[in-house]
Design a binder for this molecule. Structure first.
Ligand code: FNR
Length: 350
């Protein structure tokens, strides 16, 4: 087994072992205002979302995790079936393994085979060349391409990159050359306002905030190096702070919220703040590995029901109406945003 293959398996094992409680993300500090007279029938609610001409039953993404090993093939096959059954989008994990060794292409392509009509995203590092991007998209007939930014994780890896020069040019080249939309994503350290203003200037129109508080790759990489400390390594922009920074950055990006999304209420919070969709990775992997694909389907259906309950209780028939309902942002999230010059009381008074 080569180093990359072993790393993929370590990530799967350690993501489950080290999953935190999601509190650092700040989702619980975003509260809805109960509307006792909602004047709507729950049956009127629609959560359908059109992504690039394909309808999703729920604006949810099973975020990028794996590929490039035998175990990954099974995981991607199962997650693709879950995405098909529940009508959500899915991203495969980083496809560099298959670009280097075509033997692994099947561990990604299986996702398209299991879900021929679904929304499927390719995934590469932001360092990818236009040719690599084209091959990754073809491999899975991708509807979109995720380019991941993970400087903090690379520094924590003994075998990781140390130079981050040239990434911006590389992103601009890929955006200009691929035929599908490009989503630039973080992997749990959070996009900042400064980062997304830069990305917008490079031609990027979609981002995935990937904030801190969910899967923590610093703890995972520390453990891989043999450091037994399991507490959060404490680097990164908490997920809600990252999402609101990006939404308030002044550039008209479409935003996917992720990092520590762990319930239908968290999904509702992300949509109400202004995200187009929300993504999660760790919770689906856990349900799959400790349970079954059917249990992942049940989890997503439970999130859908919870989202509809929240929408009922604030009188919102659609995600667009949900964005107009008041939200009270408190605690460390409010501190962060205020100190960064963002007045959250606007959300409470809308
Ligand atoms: C990931 N993630 C990830 N992201 C990416 O862009 N390419 C990748 O190959 C991987 N690999 C990967 C493996 C495993 C096991 C996990 C759990 C995650 C990051 C993922 O897409 C997401 O950004 C973070 O996990 C944060 O979301 P959660 O887990 O807090 O919901």
């Amino acid at each position: 087994m080569n180093l990359r293959e072993k790393r993929k398996l370590d990530h799967i094992r350690l993501a489950l072992e080290l999953e935190g409680d999601g509190r650092e993300a700040g989702w619980e500090e975003v509260q809805f205002v109960n509307l006792s007279l909602p004047e709507l029938d729950r049956a009127e609610i629609s959560t359908v979302y059109d992504l690039w001409g394909k309808p999703l039953r729920l604006p949810l993404l099973i975020n990028a995790m794996t590929g490039g090993s035998e175990a990954s093939l099974e995981i991607n096959a199962a997650l693709a079936e879950v995405a098909r059954e529940t009508g959500v989008a899915m991203a495969v994990g980083s496809q560099h393994a298959a670009l280097e060794d075509p033997r692994w292409a099947a561990s990604y392509a299986v996702a398209r085979r299991k879900n021929p009509r679904g929304v499927l995203l390719a995934n590469l590092s932001a360092r990818a060349t236009p040719e690599e991007a084209r091959r990754a998209c073809e491999m899975i007939e991708a509807d979109g391409l995720q380019l991941h930014l993970n400087a903090a994780q690379e520094l924590a890896m003994a075998e990781g990159e140390r130079s981050f020069r040239g990434l911006a040019d590389s992103i601009a080249r890929v955006v200009a050359s691929v035929r599908v939309p490009v989503i630039v994503k973080e992997v749990g350290f959070g996009l900042s306002r400064e980062a997304v203003i830069h990305l917008y200037a490079l031609g990027v129109r979609w981002v995935d905030t990937g904030g801190r508080g969910g899967t923590d790759f610093l703890s995972i990489e520390r453990r891989r190096r043999g450091d037994s400390g399991s507490s959060s390594a404490g680097w990164g922009i908490p997920a809600v702070a990252s999402l609101v920074e990006v939404l308030e950055s002044g550039v008209p990006l479409k935003v996917i919220a992720s990092g520590g999304i762990r319930s239908g209420t968290d999904l509702a919070r992300a949509l109400a703040l202004g995200a187009e969709m929300a993504g999660a990775a760790g919770p689906f992997l856990r349900r799959l590995r400790e349970g079954s694909a059917e249990q992942v389907v049940s989890l997503i259906r439970a999130w859908e029901e919870e989202l509809k309950d929240v929408m009922t209780l604030v009188g919102a028939r659609t995600p667009v109406e949900l964005r107009r309902r008041p939200l009270v942002i408190t605690g460390a999230t409010e501190d962060w945003l205020r100190l960064r010059g963002i007045d959250t009381s606007r959300y409470a008074r809308r």
